[in-house]
Ligand binder design. Structure first.
Ligand SMILES: NC(=O)c1ccc[n+]([C@@H]2O[C@H](COP(=O)([O-])OP(=O)(O)OC[C@H]3O[C@@H](n4cnc5c(N)ncnc54)[C@H](O)[C@@H]3O)[C@@H](O)[C@H]2O)c1
Length: 370
């Protein structure tokens, strides 16, 4: 199959959908890989790295779309890319269709095969192509929190791990899923005194089993949160209720009870945030202060570390990409149920119910297009 890797053109997007290592895997299997010049540069991969791995470089995005049977991307296509998409072309990328009617209708019109990373779903309902970004954001939340706790940034002026003779800082993590677990591992590794809260007792039992001794678990409820925020100096919001807005667990009236210079990182900002005072921020202006409490609410945290994020994402996306290239989309999606769940729009039809429902458009069961 002929595979095309365009350079991402969405604002501030430095990731790339296929690494030189992924290119070599494709070429080894007899596929031809065309990469747009400088596509990998934001993630630290030069055109020569791709050439050495067996890719052919093309100067313009139009050339990549024109030649490829399958386009592998990171972000959804933007309006200037719509006319480049060919009938029957496979597009394997993040789409988040339910948030854009324009994008959904454009992809229907182009009659492409749209496989969305975010809806590929395993039998246990986990989303394997979203997990890597939660892992990055979870680990980063502690790194960013530690930075803003420094006095120069207006923080309380403490070192997370303390030093001999000085007690470590207290870190509160609300939500013990992927983000929360990775945050806890980082904070614990730095020697902080960590508490993770969750509403799932089963999850808390699991975390209690696997976490080191400086991580404690606690049931998440308003009473406990109200008490804990008074003594914890770094607070990380990491809750998710699938398909719903995040609940507001830290309310405005709790802020004056915290120590001045407390840092709150709301990783759940992309679902509306779990702090009442959360407002989405960007890497250019990541934080703001309310009642002497520093808020960090960047909606695409992995964007700050594109090299790590690209490697993490492509580790997860490559196996499916290889199946799609080897077998074609119909056979690959027939053989693999989790991958089939990634099909959202196929040859002009919406085959993912939630997307059709979001815009009151006709839905066609996916089995009928295979
Ligand atoms: N800002 C970013 O750049 C970025 C990047 C990746 C993920 N995220 C977001 O981070 C959030 C967490 O993602 P995840 O992958 O860890 O989800 P997850 O499903 O793995 O974990 C969420 C956890 O929250 C718990 N929870 C639900 N309600 C709760 C409550 N009231 N109190 C305490 N815990 C509660 C659940 O039991 C679950 O364990 C999501 O909103 C996700 O979209 C943001």
């Amino acid at each position: 199959m002929i595979i095309g890797v365009p350079k991402e053109i969405k604002n501030n997007e430095n990731r790339v959908a296929l690494t030189p290592a992924g290119t070599a895997e494709m070429v080894k299997r007899g596929h031809v890989v065309y990469v747009q010049a400088t596509a990998g540069i934001g993630s630290g991969f030069t055109d020569d790295d791709y050439r050495l791995a067996g890719a052919k470089m093309l100067p313009a995005i139009e050339d990549v779309y024109a030649i490829a049977d399958m386009i592998i991307k990171v972000k959804e296509p933007i309006a200037s890319e719509y006319p480049l998409i060919k009938k029957g072309q496979i597009l394997y990328t993040y789409f988040h269709f339910a948030s854009s009617e324009e994008l959904t209708k454009a992809m229907m019109e182009r009659e492409a095969i749209c496989l969305a990373y975010e809806t590929v779903e395993l039998d246990d309902r986990s989303l394997p192509l979203l997990i890597p970004m939660s892992e990055v954001a979870g680990r980063m939340s502690v790194q960013e929190g530690a930075k803003y706790l420094e006095k120069t940034y207006g923080g309380y002026g403490v070192l997370l791990g303390g030093v001999p003779g000085v007690t470590p800082a207290k870190v509160l993590i609300i939500g013990g899923g992927i983000v929360g677990t990775e945050a806890a591992k980082m904070a614990a590794g730095l020697g902080a005194d960590v508490t993770i809260m969750d509403v799932s007792l089963k999850r808390l039992r699991y975390l209690d089993d696997i976490m080191p001794a400086n991580v404690k678990t606690m049931m998440s409820n308003e009473f406990n949160i109200r008490e804990m925020v008074q003594s914890h100096i770094l607070i990380i919001g990491a809750v998710l209720i699938p398909g719903a807005k995040a609940p507001k667990l830290i309310t405005r009236d709790m802020l004056p009870t915290m120590r001045p210079g407390t840092v709150m990182v709301d990783v759940a900002v992309d679902q509306g945030g779990c702090f009442e005072t959360t407002k989405p921020t960007t890497h250019d202006h990541p934080n703001f202060v309310i009642d002497d409490v520093i808020h960090y609410c960047v909606a695409n945290m992995p964007g700050a570390v594109p090299r790590t994020s690209t490697l993490a994402l492509t580790n997860a996306t490559l196996p499916n990409a290889i199946q799609l290239a080897n077998k074609g989309w119909k056979q690959a999606c027939t053989d693999d149920l989790p991958l089939r769940k990634g099909l959202n729009v196929v040859e002009g039809k919406i085959v993912y119910k939630e997307v059709a429902d979001a815009f009151d458009l006709p839905y066609v069961p996916v089995d009928t297009v295979l």
